[in-house]
Design a protein around this ligand. Structure first.
Ligand code: SF4
Length: 247
């Protein structure tokens, strides 16, 4: 992010001071079967993210505020009409744990009878640990070798909170999957397998490899890189082997 972008982001966060304490929602998917395995879920996309991943396919969710925010009360009204039709609600982003209002939003969703899922990059481990008792399932990113996270996020030291978040999820016993998005320009296959081994050593049981999605990504070099279209079956197999019993 350039200097002017950084200043705009800082100004945006300052503008939040004194704002009503309601979850800032940048988008809503009414029904998804892909965002929480085995569940019919609505997905609430939370506005704001402290990281700047080059492969981000939701860059409009990165700024702290958006002109297209959906009032939280409207989200709740929608969910009231979906009671009995959906299993759960996934809070995604952006980075949902950025917002202190997330805990109250989760409680309101639970009070409506929905299960609660969470997608997070793990940027705020202490807040995540406080949220985990309200959560039925977590999809947590493992973006890169933890000592070299800035390669993906653009933020120095971001591997430390990500690792602390992983440990918090594992210690909580909450059902989870750990997800790694792979673009060959950013992460070599051997590094992905090394990462899988590091996760396995920490007792992770489910590590999902996700292919880079060009839709929405604003990094032209990544989108135009022909390697991002290559099949990933062998990498997925190699990672799955790491988690086989007796490996
Ligand atoms: S953590 Fe997620 S929302 Fe934030 S920049 Fe990275 S990919 Fe985008």
């Amino acid at each position: 992010m350039g200097r002017s972008g950084l200043q705009a982001a800082i100004a945006g966060y300052r503008a939040l001071e004194g704002a009503p304490t309601m979850l800032r929602v940048g988008g809503l998917t009414p029904l998804s079967t892909a965002d929480w395995p085995g569940m019919l879920a609505a997905v609430v996309f939370c506005q704001g993210c402290p990281w700047r991943c080059r492969y981000c396919h939701n860059p409009h969710l990165i700024p702290p505020r958006s002109e297209n925010e959906i009032p939280w009360d409207d989200v709740l009204a929608f969910l009231r009409r979906r009671r009995g039709l959906l299993d759960g609600v996934v809070f995604s982003g952006g980075e949902p744990t950025l917002q202190p209002e997330l805990a109250d939003a989760m409680r309101e969703v639970r009070a409506l009878g929905f299960k609660v899922g969470l997608h997070t990059g793990g940027a705020y481990p202490r807040r995540l640990a406080e949220l985990l008792p309200l959560v039925d399932w977590v999809g947590l990113d493992a973006k890169a070798p933890f000592a070299d996270y800035a390669r993906i996020t653009g933020v120095a030291g971001s591997g430390d909170p990500a690792l602390a978040s992983l440990d918090a999820v594992l210690a909580s016993g909450v059902e989870h999957e750990i997800r790694t998005t792979v673009h060959p320009a950013l992460l070599a296959d051997a590094e992905v397998v090394d990462l899988a081994q590091a996760l396995s050593a920490r007792s992770v049981k489910r590590h999902v490899i996700q292919a880079f999605r060009s839709q929405g990504c604003v990094d032209a070099a990544l989108v135009q890189d022909a390697r991002c279209e290559r099949p990933m079956a062998s990498l997925v197999e190699n990672v799955a082997r790491v988690f086989e019993p007796g490996h």
